[in-house]
Design a protein around this ligand. Structure first.
Ligand code: COA
Ligand code: NAP
Length: 274
């Protein structure tokens, strides 16, 4: 069954929305009739994203902003407000990632990811609140690392766990203002910077990532964009404070695999004792 969303006359703002998954979210809302603003650090990325959305017939504006810099985030919101009024959908998805064990992470290497992912999300939420319309939908883009500990990912695990809890606290605090706050946790998504950075160099097709997905395929950017539109639609008007995996079942499989592995080693140890 095909589902069509209509966001005509709605204003959508996507931080980190100039490439990858977040750009796909921005494009999907624009395709559904929304006015869409995208913001990120690099002017070339901002210009290219705006051109891409506009060429497809969308109404787009771009802002150069670093989510680590509260003033630049606030200025982007002020620009959107001046032109389009209050914000109906706010997406916070800027992130950084690289593989590094704790013992090879400098304090600044740990901090840079926490600054972008977690402090950046706080800045977007804090600066954005006064511009949100009643009935607004707020979406934070988190990751499976928030709940599944992973080697080489201490910085991301810590930062995204914070994003999940911030999402839940904001749902508590903003519910009475008729604002819903949810998070999306994508699984491995094909054709993205995030997946490329976590894929072994001898596995360019992402087969290793696919093995942990019960549905047997990598996700698409459209999978995530569709969930973002659903969560921001009237069909989801009673959903708030939820962190929703969109991962083909990967999160439950990883947890299951870990427990099963622990069970196997316990069984092997008790067999050795007897
Ligand atoms: N291993 C270990 N440390 C690393 C690293 C790596 N692969 N890459 C960066 N760092 C460390 C740097 O050495 C530096 O620490 P230092 O000052 O002690 O030397 C610190 O991280 C900051 O690096 P810097 O390059 O100055 O940060 P930046 O602000 O320019 O860029 C990053 C931020 C590092 C996260 C960069 O990868 C980025 O811009 N990523 C955005 C895109 C992305 O990651 N997409 C995937 C999203 S899931
Ligand atoms: P991506 O293409 O690298 O997207 C990251 C975006 O954030 C870029 O537009 C980047 O643009 C922007 N950005 C980075 N640092 C910023 C900063 N300090 N201030 C403002 N903008 C900043 O990565 P992606 O793979 O699509 O990931 C998007 C989101 O999905 C992230 O939140 C990631 O954690 C999450 N996720 C991805 C996957 C996956 O498989 N790809 C899986 C789970 C979760 P500039 O460089 O111009 O700033």
């Amino acid at each position: 069954m095909d589902v069509r969303f209509d966001f005509t006359n709605k204003t959508v703002v996507v931080f980190g929305g100039t490439t990858g998954i977040n750009l796909a979210i921005a494009e999907a809302f624009a395709g559904a009739g929304a006015r869409v603003a995208v913001a990120s650090r690099k002017p070339d990325n901002v210009d290219a994203a705006v051109a891409r959305i506009t060429q497809s017939g969308g109404d787009a504006r771009g802002f150069v902003a670093d989510v680590r810099d509260f003033e630049s985030v606030a200025a982007a919101f002020a620009g959107v407000r001046a032109e389009w009024g209050t914000v109906d959908v706010l997406v916070s998805g800027a992130a950084g990632n690289f593989l590094a064990e704790v013992n090879s992470l400098s304090p600044n290497g740990f901090k840079v990811v926490v600054d972008i992912d977690l402090i950046g999300t706080f800045n977007v939420m804090r600066a954005g609140f006064e511009h949100l319309a009643s009935g607004a939908s707020v979406l934070n883009i988190t990751a499976p690392q928030a709940t599944i500990p992973m080697r080489y990912q201490a910085h991301v695990c810590a930062a995204k766990a914070g994003v999940d809890q911030l999402t839940r606290v904001l749902a508590l605090e903003w519910g009475s203002r008729n604002i819903r706050v949810n998070a999306i946790a994508p699984g491995p998504i094909s054709g993205t910077e995030g997946l490329e950075r976590l894929t072994p160099t001898d596995d360019p097709g992402g087969d290793t990532a696919m093995m942990s997905v019960p549905l047997g395929r990598l996700g698409t950017k459209q999978d995530i964009a569709s969930l973002a539109m659903f969560l921001s639609s009237s069909a989801a008007s009673y959903i708030s404070g939820a962190v929703i995996p969109c991962d083909g079942g990967g999160a439950i499989d990883s947890v299951k695999s870990g427990i099963e592995e622990a069970g196997r080693s316990l069984a092997a140890a008790s067999k050795a004792d007897s």
